[in-house]
Design a protein around this ligand. Structure first.
Ligand SMILES: NC(=O)c1ccc[n+]([C@@H]2O[C@H](COP(=O)([O-])OP(=O)(O)OC[C@H]3O[C@@H](n4cnc5c(N)ncnc54)[C@H](OP(=O)(O)O)[C@@H]3O)[C@@H](O)[C@H]2O)c1
Length: 498
């Protein structure tokens, strides 16, 4: 790997390890894992003596590597890897051909693990549907591949971690019988975003925010993930999941815990996660009779986005014509603790909206007395916006005087992008793979967090499961029924990103 351009990145170098990808023929591997490993290698964050071992069935090593190379061209064209660099990377790669149900696959995997300088570190990345997690953990356990007697052994799993509280508890129980909790890395790629981590740095390294960060100054908080794409090839999953499970229970509730948590005593995995779980435990249980006022479900109909004609969700391949799955969900949470009493946290997400934008909007209270309220342009409440995607950065929305002989106000936005002049912002998977290799679990969900977040949304799931109809919104619009009502008493109302 000597010839691959090495541009130093900030970050702790990793120990050499066997990086085992189970399900290495799938979409996640070629779309995210391989491009991230190559970028880490380029900038010296992945040890060049590491090995990448793909476990997949029914393919030759050449066929597998060709598919990965095509994936680099399709999904990571910016990396611009040349033939020589590619062949240097592939020299690190080996393959185990086998079915995950068969014992022989794990025996072959054991033989493929290489000690590097006498130590056999291994990360087992489960890039497979969740139904395989326990099978894989069982295979590793039976052959002793998860024993940490000569190097670390870590297992990475992707969401969904269950489909409701009961199945999440069952998955946790089964995994914890086979692995130590400290070996399980539940990945949430949202937490790997540079901008999400920056939220913690902003909160806990600046003294001006903390005095404002509470019910005395903040009116409400909005955390959103708007997408303009539809369900793409995921109809099968989405029909069972819907937007509430897919985005709110996992990514957006995790972000909410980072926004709302108290300062941890130190920046370590358990200290941070101890504070996050306290937030989840303080979320007020949503009573059945309040669900219609606190939760919105809707589904996209046909419409237009950027002059492209969009078909309705129910006309998508693989979707039932009478499907009531929600492609938009919004929930209003309350956190019953000293800091946040009376401050609504409104989390929302949707597909086929006009923009692809993810933000945290901290909306402040009105000034106690407003001198300019009677003007033709009355001032608007201040907002601090953390943009998670795209154009990661922060923006502070203030009121300023209109130029000229008037005291009318106008909106002024102070923007601070995280990267300027084309600087590279790391992809979430690079950050999280690096964290797994260095053993930093801060940005990974602990079993208790996963269960607590399921228990919070369980009443909504129960209320929605037998519904026979769902509201519709036109693709490419913000006309989502019920959303304005969710913000009825909130300063400035629903912030529609632009
Ligand atoms: N794709 C993404 O961008 C993305 C993003 C976030 C999270 N995820 C999560 O990542 C995980 C993997 O997703 P994916 O999109 O990569 O799925 P995928 O494209 O369906 O890939 C899964 C892989 O697992 C293999 N597999 C299934 N059963 C197997 C068995 N019995 N033995 C050996 N191999 C087996 C499949 O092989 P065959 O093709 O031969 O069946 C396939 O190559 C899922 O949990 C998903 O929710 C994916």
């Amino acid at each position: 790997m000597k010839n691959i351009e090495v541009s130093a990145c900030l970050g702790e170098p990793t120990e050499p390890a066997n990086i085992v990808i189970l399900g290495a023929g799938g979409d996640l591997t070629k779309r995210k894992l391989i491009p991230s490993l190559i970028k880490m290698l380029r900038c010296g964050l992945l040890h060049s003596e590491s090995r990448v071992i793909g476990v997949l069935k029914g393919r030759s090593r050449e066929g597998w590597l060709d598919a990965l190379h095509q994936g680099m061209l399709d999904y990571a064209p910016d990396i611009k890897i040349n033939d020589q660099q590619w062949s240097e990377f592939t020299a690190m790669c080996s393959m185990v051909d086998g079915d995950l149900q068969e014992e022989k696959t794990y025996q072959d995997l054991e033989a493929a693990l290489e000690p590097i300088h006498g130590v056999t570190n291994a990360v087992f990345y489960c890039a497979v549907p969740p139904r395989w997690y326990t099978t894989i953990a069982g295979g590793l356990h039976r052959l002793g591949l998860a024993h940490e007697d000569n190097g670390f052994r870590r297992v990475v799993i992707e969401k969904p971690f269950g489909m409701n509280l009961e199945s999440a508890q069952q998955l946790n129980r089964e995994l914890q019988e086979l692995l130590n909790e400290s070996q399980i890395y539940r990945i949430d790629h949202y937490l790997g975003k540079e901008s999400v981590q920056n939220l913690l740095v902003y909160r806990f390294s600046n003294s001006i925010l903390e005095p404002l960060w509470n019910r005395n100054f903040i009116d409400h908080i909005q955390i959103s993930a708007a997408e303009s794409i539809g369900i793409e090839y995921r109809a099968n999953y989405y029909e069972k999941s819907g937007a509430l499970r897919d985005m709110i229970q996992s990514h957006l509730m995790q972000v909410m815990t980072l926004v709302a948590m108290e300062p941890p005593v130190e920046f370590t995995a358990d200290a941070v996660r101890d504070e996050k779980i306290k937030v989840l435990r303080a979320v007020r249980q949503i009573e059945t009779e309040n669900i219609k006022n606190q939760a919105v479900a809707a589904q996209y109909g046909s419409g237009h986005i950027d002059d492209e004609s969009i078909k309705a969700y129910v006309a998508e391949d693989g979707v039932s014509v009478d499907s009531v799955a929600e492609t938009f969900a919004g929930v209003r949470f309350h956190i019953d603790n000293w800091r946040w009493q009376g401050v609504p946290f409104i989390l929302w997400t949707g597909k086929r909206l006009p923009e692809r934008v993810s933000e945290i909007v901290i909306r402040f209270r009105k000034p106690p007395f407003n001198l300019f309220d009677t003007h033709s342009n009355p001032p608007l409440p201040n907002s601090l916006v953390f943009r998670l995607h795209p154009d990661e950065g922060i923006a502070l929305r203030m009121n300023a005087k209109m130029p000229g002989l008037t005291t009318d106000t106008q909106r002024m936005v102070m923007r601070a992008p995280y990267s300027e002049n084309g600087e590279d912002v790391s992809d979430a998977y690079e950050v999280l793979l690096h964290d797994v290799l260095t053993g930093d679990a801060t940005l990974f969900s602990r079993a208790d967090e996963v269960e607590e977040s399921w228990s919070i949304i369980e009443p909504i799931l129960n209320a929605w499961k037998d519904r026979i109809s769902v509201e519709r919104y036109r693709s490419g619009t913000w006309d989502v029924p019920g959303m304005d009502a969710l913000f009825e008493d909130c300063e400035g109302g629903w912030h529609k990103p632009s």
